[in-house]
Design a protein around this ligand. Sequence first.
Ligand code: ZN
Ligand code: ZN
Length: 320
Amino acid sequence: MVRFTVLASGSKGNSAIVSSCPSGARERGSTACTRILIDAGLSCRELFRRMRSVGEDPSTLDAILITHEHQDHINGLAVTARKLGIPVYFTEATHRAWIRQMTPQKRITYAQWAEQYRASKQASGPHPGQPFPQPDPEPDPAPEPDPVPDPAPMSMAQNCEAPAPAFSIGDVAISPFTIPHDAADPVGFVFSAEGVRLAVATDLGYMPPNVQAQLRRCDLIMLESNHDLEMLRDGPYPWSVKQRVLSRVGHLSNDAASAYLEQTYDGSATYLILAHLSESNNLPELARLAAERALTTKPSLLANRLYLASQHEPLEPVCF
Ligand SMILES: [Zn+2]
Ligand SMILES: [Zn+2]
């Protein structure tokens, strides 16, 4: 059985779980299952509380995948990863950006910087600026307390046109794909397990061809439907933030999501989950209406079930 649960979705925190259990394994509490947390945007405590409320045991998680380094996706990461002692997967650039965020800023003179740079050139072994080691399924037992277990970054193509390499965690195959968003190296994911394909595509300014291609033949698509254009234009955000949200590296509007559904979507998903809805610039009814209108344009899409992910409570798990 493959199970997908959105724990939270929106600008105050994002997190979801994909789990794959061979038939009968869940009942036996078997370790044959694979359970992956996608983003850790809630506090660890709230993350664990929501997991338990949907019947997921945090201690059985196998790994954490990070889409990008914005706070609403990594807020609880350090504590959660430390508590569970499981690998965290980032792209290299996202990992570097996250380390920068975690490192207290201090001012140094040019001479001090030059000295540090010379020293780092001479030092052997990995250091900031060098490629990270390849993914390692087991976190290194660190002698010193470390904010997180050894990161296991995904190696990712920077270019939208080049397909990103896929990798596996347990029974779940994972294909990261580049998304247009104002972060260091943001990605969406396609998960494949037991013949089921699930896609997660939120935090993207528009739907480029590579994302549209990834969303083909998926049984479940979690798609951003961030804002209503009029609400955003007339809403409380400062002009610069409005421009950022509207830009091609911002967030997907209800109209953009429904345009994709109407024009390009192949209709293969039994479940469509609208996600990352803005609480200031959207209403669930508006997002739903826009998507429903798009889906009713083609009779073949009427069987698609439409759900809306919420910021404040987990969505009912979807099972295959
Ligand atoms: Zn973001
Ligand atoms: Zn976000």
